[in-house]
Ligand binder design. Structure first.
Ligand code: BES
Ligand code: ZN
Ligand code: ZN
Length: 504
């Protein structure tokens, strides 16, 4: 879709629409936009002069060229104030404009490297960000219902500087790889639970492994029994769908013995089990495998970028349903770690499956560990739909993860792994219980997970509030957001450059 970069004069290239950017308060001086303005007999200047177009962020004006240029439409895209600009502002504005042009039935679009040379954004950064924005913003899940709008076939980035062609096409293909990785996760999450069973997640992992020639290991029930994964097996008991533990390995750095572990909660449907959820909104729980989708999408992206790093994704995949064979409140489960867990609620299943997945990650000596999970409604209550909760036992690691999220335009907010609340998880009859009471639910869930990390460097991201969106805004569309994929790719990229070692 956005596949090519060409050099030349954007005003001479035929297309349905051409997009140029403008900052608030900027004069139209000697650059791309002034050539276009001249060809349009000063129309853009008039729009600004009479106050019709103020170049506010994401504001746009569509001008019909009436044959004065080889494009049907010229679109000026407002970028807001220069001093408030950021990479994410660029992504959001470009995504919005792409969707507008799709509505206007444009199939072929040319675009200048909008928003470059501002706030440290280089022309290559701009190319990468534009590519990401186009692919993320135009995403729709139309597998089961064809959308009425025609897809945009081609977005061409046009540079005046022919010496930078290959640099810019590299940047574009990076952006494409990253955004496509997020869209893999979005596809998985948008699939309903009857088409995204644990077995279907395995199929996705198989496709990724095949495409990039990665090692894939899938544990089934008997393997889990041999390993003593009583927590994961307990959750699985209510469903006829057999649980899977997926281990997908990318080896990009033969010279290193270190491997990062990404662990993703893969509950393909969370009905709550015997502690059944209310029916209102229960369908949203098809997205309870968003963590799994994020870690698999990220590995696909990291392999696509050929980053010099080793990464292993671990996905416990299971369906949480009530039935005559389901696990119950008050059951005691014996986890792989040896710790026994009293089940207070069968709806606090995420922490149970992650406990065994973390033990498996420790057995594989992965370091650091980063888990992503739609773990608690409490996190949604605390931080809303824009910020994921972040917990860690290692200062440098969490700083690096937050930095990575920042680069990706994904918001994390650190919450305390408050030792004062550890006692809330104490059980009368087992080593620990799976619910810590009604207060600080996101924290007690994180403290529960911490018990299974052997105090190795670890970050837990509670993505319950951010994994899906009920509105369209910038490059976020309705449905799955793909949250976490781009943060994890950024983190792998940062680690590949800095060789980040973490010790506790
Ligand atoms: N999958 C849910 C958490 C969730 C809630 C994700 C809302 C996305 C949106 C999780 O398994 C769950 O049910 N957690 C319970 C825990 C409670 C029983 C301690 C919750 O948050 O209510
Ligand atoms: Zn649950
Ligand atoms: Zn859940």
């Amino acid at each position: 879709m956005i596949n090519n970069v060409v050099d030349g004069d954007i005003s001479s290239i035929p297309a349905d629409a051409m997009v140029v950017g403008l900052f608030e308060g900027d004069k139209i001086t000697a650059d791309v936009i002034s050539c276009v303005d001249k060809a349009l007999d000063g129309e853009i200047n008039k729009l600004i002069g009479n106050g019709e177009f103020k170049a506010k962020h994401s504001e746009s004006s569509v001008i019909h060229t009436l044959g004065k240029l080889p494009v049907r439409l010229v679109v000026i895209l407002g970028l807001g104030k220069r001093k408030e600009f950021s990479p994410d502002k660029l992504r959001n504005a470009v995504a919005e404009i792409c969707r507008l042009l799709r509505k206007l039935n444009c199939q072929k679009i040319t675009m200048a490297p909008i928003g470059s040379d501002v706030k440290g954004i280089t022309i290559a950064d701009s190319a990468k960000l534009i590519a990401e924005a186009c692919i993320l913003g135009l995403y729709n899940f139309d597998k089961y219902k064809k959308s009425e709008e025609k897809a945009i076939d081609e977005i061409t980035l046009v540079t005046e500087d022919s010496s930078r062609l290959s640099e810019l096409s590299n940047a574009v293909s990076k952006g494409v790889t990253i955004a496509e990785a997020a869209n893999i996760a979005r596809d998985m999450v948008n699939e309903p639970a009857n088409f995204m069973t644990p077995g279907n997640i395995v199929e996705v992992a198989e496709k990724i492994a095949e495409k990039h020639n990665l090692q894939l290991k899938v544990l089934d029930v008997t393997d889990m029994q041999d390993l003593g994964m009583g927590a994961l097996l307990g959750v699985a008991k209510g469903s006829i769908e057999p649980p899977k533990l997926i281990i997908l390995q990318y080896h990009g750095d033969e010279s290193s013995a270190e491997t990062i572990g990404f662990i993703g909660k893969g509950v393909t449907f969370d009905s709550g089990g015997i502690s059944l959820k209310p029916s209102k909104g229960m369908g949203d729980m098809k997205g309870d495998m968003s963590g799994a989708a994020a870690v698999l999408g990220a590995v696909n992206g990291i392999a696509g970028l050929k980053l010099k790093i080793n990464v292993t994704a671990i996905v416990p995949a299971v369906e949480n349903l009530p039935s005559g064979t389901a696990y119950r409140p008050a059951d005691i489960l014996k986890s792989m770690s040896g710790k026994t867990i009293e089940v207070i609620s069968t709806d606090a299943e995420g922490r149970l499956i992650l406990a065994d997945a973390l033990s498996y990650a420790l057995k594989m000596k992965l370091n650091p560990l980063i888990d992503l999970a739609t773990l608690t409604g409490a996190c949604l209550v605390a931080l809303g739909t824009e910020y994921a909760g972040a917990f860690s036992n290692n200062k440098k690691l969490i700083a690096d993860v937050i930095q990575s999220a920042d680069n990706a335009g994904e918001h994390l907010w650190q919450l305390p792994l408050a030792q004062e609340y550890k006692e809330l998880n104490k059980s009368q009859i087992a080593d620990i219980k799976n619910v810590g009471g009604s207060y600080a639910g996101a924290i007690t869930a994180a403290l529960f997970l911490a018990e299974f990390t052997d105090n190795k460097p670890w970050v837990h991201l509670d993505i319950a509030g951010v994994a899906s969106s009920d509105k369209e805004k910038g490059y976020v569309v309705k449905g799955a957001t793909g949250f976490g994929v781009r943060t994890l790719i950024e983190f792998a990229s940062l680690s590949s450059k800095e060789g980040g070692k973490y010790e506790n």
